[in-house]
Structures are given as structure tokens and as C-alpha cells.
Design a protein around this ligand. Structure first.
Ligand code: URA
Length: 232
């Protein structure tokens, strides 16, 4: 790989800023300044920027227990972002796999592997996602059964052409529901409960496909194991 590309891939620098750093002799190869941006690196070349060793990071896969008040976005935002909670080098390169609303807590996956991201989110794969919702209005008796049946059939959501895909609603008690979806539309859980005249007060995602938060505390993250990555 060319030196300027290597520097930009291992830092936050764009290719042209990497070239400038090379011209300024901020970049050294094997202990000596290197001004040739086009120099081809060998596997064992040691590169530093201002004395800091640079190395290519492999593809990374992370699960985060997102707290309420954190935004799933790559751009600068009003709220703290999911990447701000991940203290890995170049965390900015990790993309959220799907989205959770700012007001929703729970499991979010993050990766810099575009193909894997696509496999997890692809509607064709239909990985189930489990949400725990607190409902403003009690849901019990015949109304509960009607909601279970309506969600199993699919509900019409305002401004969506297609009804929702069959979803499984379980009532833990009259204010607490577990909802399993196989798709991920904008504000889907909140809109589904609104469609049956209820209101979601709190929302938490417990799992995506085979991956659940387990004991991971709110605001904490961990890298996925190889088996977990391969499970999608
Ligand atoms: N459905 C919602 O309404 N919000 C989320 O964050 C996720 C699913």
C-alpha cells in the first residue's frame, strides 16, 4: 500500500492531509523521515506519525448497551453519539447497524464491515429483534388479545404503503410488553402501539437475532466474539 493511503487509513487524516503530513516530515518509516507519499510499504515497515506508531486495524464488531439520550449517527449531533462511548482507536469508523431512537435504550451493534452490516440488517434475512416497551395505557383482556392478533397479522402505519410484517406481542403485565419484529422501520414500535391507540413511554431493545445484551451494563460496550460475528 502507498504511504499516503496507509496514513489516511490509519488516522483521521484525509488523503491530502496525509500527503501534507508526509511533506512536513511528520511521517517516518523505519525510524527515518519519508517524504515520498507514493512509497510502497512492505508488511514489516514501521510507520509513525509525530512519533506515534500507526497500524491498520482489522474489521471490528462491537455491541453497545445504548443509554437513552445517545444518538446513532456518524455526523456531529446535538446529543452524545454512540461512537463517543466506544474508546477504541478510530471509533468514528464504526457504523451503527440499524438505528435506535435517542429515547430508546438497549442493544446496538456497530461495525466497519459493510458486508456484515448488510447481512444483519437485510430485510431478506429477517433477523428477529426483541423490544421491551412500557405502555402508557393498560392493555389487558380482549384489548390485549386484539392487539396480539393485529400485530400478528400486520398493522397499517400512517405514510407506509405496506402493512407491518407479522410481529409477536407478549404481555408481561398490562403496562409491559415484549414485541418481536423481523423488520426495522422508522419509529416502528412506537408507531405500532400508536396505531392501536396506545403510547410507548419507554423502549428498550433486548436482542438482535442470536445476540442479547446479557449482563452488559448501560453505557458499556464489548467486542463480539468470532462465533458471534459468524452467527449472522
Ligand atoms: N422502534 C422504535 O419505535 N424506536 C426504536 O428506537 C426502535 C424501534
Amino acid at each position: 500500500m502507498r504511504l499516503d493511503r496507509f496514513v489516511s487509513e490509519t488516522t483521521e487524516l484525509t488523503r491530502s492531509l496525509a500527503k501534507r503530513a508526509i511533506m512536513r516530515e511528520d511521517v517516518w518509516v523505519n525510524g527515518k523521515p519519508e517524504k515520498r507519499a507514493a512509497r510502497h510499504l512492505q508488511a514489516d515497515d514501521q510507520v509513525t506519525l509525530n512519533g506515534q506508531p500507526l497500524s491498520l486495524v482489522g474489521l471490528r464488531y462491537v455491541m453497545l448497551h445504548k443509554p437513552v439520550g445517545v444518538e446513532c449517527t456518524a455526523r456531529r449531533a446535538l446529543y452524545p453519539r454512540t461512537v463517543d462511548l466506544i474508546d477504541l482507536p478510530l471509533a468514528e469508523r464504526l457504523n451503527p447497524v440499524g438505528r435506535l431512537d435517542v429515547e430508546t435504550s438497549g442493544l446496538i451493534l456497530m461495525t466497519d464491515d459493510g458486508q456484515w452490516l448488510h447481512r444483519v440488517t437485510s430485510p431478506k434475512k429477517a433477523h428477529p429483534k426483541v423490544y421491551l416497551a412500557t405502555l402508557a395505557r393498560p392493555l389487558a383482556g380482549d384489548d390485549a388479545q386484539a392487539a396480539i392478533d393485529a400485530f400478528a397479522l400486520g398493522v397499517e402505519l400512517e405514510s407506509d404503503e405496506e402493512p407491518t410484517r407479522p410481529a409477536t406481542l407478549e404481555l408481561i403485565d398490562e403496562h409491559h410488553a415484549r414485541l418481536t419484529l423481523v423488520e426495522g422501520r422508522y419509529h416502528q414500535v412506537r408507531r405500532m402501539f400508536a396505531a392501536i391507540g396506545n403510547h410507548v413511554e419507554t423502549l428498550h431493545r433486548a436482542s438482535i437475532g442470536p445476540l442479547a445484551l446479557g449482563e452488559l451494563a448501560e453505557g458499556r460496550w464489548r467486542e463480539l466474539t468470532e462465533q458471534e460475528v459468524a452467527s449472522f
